[in-house]
Ligand binder design. Structure first.
Ligand SMILES: [Zn+2]
Length: 53
């Protein structure tokens, strides 16, 4: 399977897309993900547990 990424030279705007594992930037112009913007969430569920190793 091949994943298509945004190839716009200048993206007018981006928005955040989220799945179970992380989030990434999407281009509003072509509605494709922007390569290299995927960031995995840390290993907790949105809660800030400090010393929870
Ligand atoms: Zn684009």
């Amino acid at each position: 399977m091949e994943q298509e990424f945004c190839k716009c030279m200048r993206t007018s705007s981006i928005y955040d897309e989220i799945d179970d594992w992380g989030h990434w930037d999407m281009c509003v112009d072509c509605n494709k993900p922007i390569e290299g913007t995927y960031e995995f969430f840390n290993h907790y569920d949105g809660e800030d547990h400090c010393n929870d190793y």
